[in-house]
Ligand binder design. Sequence first.
Ligand SMILES: [Mn+2]
Length: 418
Amino acid sequence: MCFLRFLMQARSTLGRYLQAEKATGSETNLRKLHIVLGNESCDLDSAVSALTLAFIYAQRQQEHDFLPVLNIPRIDYPLKTEVRHMLNKCEIDAQLLLFRDDLPEQLRSDISVILVDHHVSSTSLAPLVSEILDHRPLDKQHPVLQLLPTHCVRHIEPEVGSCATLVAERYLAEEQPRSSCVSRLLHATIVLDTINFSPAARRFCARDLAMVELLEQQQQQGTETTVDEDEDVQLQRLQLFEELVAARADISQLSLAEVLRKDAKQLRTQRNNLPLAGLPMLVRDFIELPDAELAIRQFAGDSQLLIILGMFVAPGTGQVQRDVALIPLSPPCPLLERVRRALLDCQTPALQLQPHAADSNFMGGCFMRQLNVQATRKHILPVVQRVLTEWEAAEEATQHCDCDDVYFFKEKPKLGLS
Ligand SMILES: [Mn+2]
């Protein structure tokens, strides 16, 4: 069966299951259903691995149904620009895809779930997981792992650079099925995930390279071109890699609110939710755009503070500039001052924050250049997380204790054990 036809059928299969769920009491004669689910980042690896593995398994076990599901709400699909780019190249439209919110909230207990490119599902799905195909190091401590059924088959192989390599191994191990779309998608994914086999990045092993070479041979079969010179192959891979990186960074089709959502993290504590957005431009330039305030309010929802990290890479020179913005949504916002202080004091590493040449009073926010351009969100996130946790603890203390108690707990208890 052709790959596009398979995707079309998956949609109607899900429709049949949803219908049958409504018709309770009647004897339904449904086939065993497997959901093949990628991870929540829905990067190219996750999306392609889910789509292609479901296709391969569906051809091998024709008496069962396999549905590939992208683990994001449908509305977020435009944000995954490199996924959309690659699927468009294979003429796969969003209409042909299934997303997390196409599934019912509660899955029937006789449905099986196959996790690809991750191994920690939501608590409600965990008891349904029958198989895991992943290349992330096993998160042994994670409590959800305890909920996996004992029969769950785990293939977790952290040495490979891409989960698509694990899928390609299964795809190429047998002669059927064959699909030029599947070969193309797996090939592109491995090239992107391994940073095009960059020796400096060291994100690949021999198995990734072997699969890419075999997939290239597959793609050449059936075309007129004969085996290329090694140099041509390298050039084609480089062009593909650059095309995918450009597609991932392409925000030209997105609204400002979508641009904020594209690379955002939510810092959650028990009572607060603090959004932290990353932008592919300086925040100082973003706030000058028409409707920036509207986009910020839409994105921030009901949180009190929004943190935005901007990064601009100058075309040509590749020179990096960074800036940081703290924007209060309903001033006064005492949390803003605490975060500002913590970022200024940060020594792991020092961010070297300075005022912009032209200051702004946009939404009463605080805008700073970050002269240490080596420092990334990875460094800033824990600082903000710590402030938020301390803030929440202090809030709780003032709510639940009287002043004397707060004073008492400020002292470190002396236990005399050392
Ligand atoms: Mn991956």
